[in-house]
Design a protein around this ligand. Sequence first.
Ligand SMILES: Nc1nc2c(c(=O)[nH]1)N[C@H]1C(S)=C(S)[C@@H](COP(=O)(O)O)O[C@H]1N2
Ligand SMILES: [Mo]
Length: 224
Amino acid sequence: MVLDKKDRVPPGQTLTDRWPVLHAGTVPRVNLDAWTFRIFGLVDEEKILTYREFMSLPQTRVQSDIHCVTTWSRLDNTWDGVLFKDVMNLVKVKSEAKFVMVHAEEGWTTNLPLEDLLYDNVLFAHKHDGVDLTPNHGWPLRLVVPHLYFWKSAKWVRGIEFMAEDRPGFWEERGYHLYADPWLEQRYRDDPEWNETGRNTEEYYRTIKARVRKEMAEKQRPSS
Ligand SMILES: Nc1nc2c(c(=O)[nH]1)N[C@H]1C(S)=C(S)[C@@H](COP(=O)(O)O)O[C@H]1N2
Ligand SMILES: [Mo]
């Protein structure tokens, strides 16, 4: 069944043909020779892949829509990369594992239920619309989870950690929803800033962004 374009846009979202760039902090400089992908946590044996090893895994092309919590959506994106389940098959995951923490450069993280990552269109992508990702969109590798708000689609991924219990990632610790279903508008959890900003998405986002920028600046300031 092919859905009408308007039926593919979740509540509160507006379509864009542009592809905005959004992240906390700066675009990391990545050295492919030193790059590794670590599979750890509740696995029988931890595994570390080099860039070459990761890129030699089975390649899949999928098409999907992007829904960002800041209210833009972009339809029909083509991604090339390696399905999450093909990466997971490299290890034996313990049966207690129910959640995954995705780890990116500079300690950035996001949490997801394991079963959501096993969908046929969830992959670690290195190409968008047929061309290599640019550094600001996550090169050399980013996760793509189309059915959740786009902050779950970690850029510059470096590893996955299997966990028994859910644990909030970077934005989730700062008030973003733990699950993030765009069709249910699961944008934020109830936190003081969300209520203080009158539950206005744009105002909240500005406030929380300002706080994160301040936190990051403090972290980057050389300690005396
Ligand atoms: N490592 C990392 N990945 C990240 C983020 C980030 O700050 N760091 N931001 C997320 C957010 S909020 C969004 S909307 C998307 C934006 O991806 P884009 O810049 O390619 O549009 O990346 C997500 N992945
Ligand atoms: Mo976002």
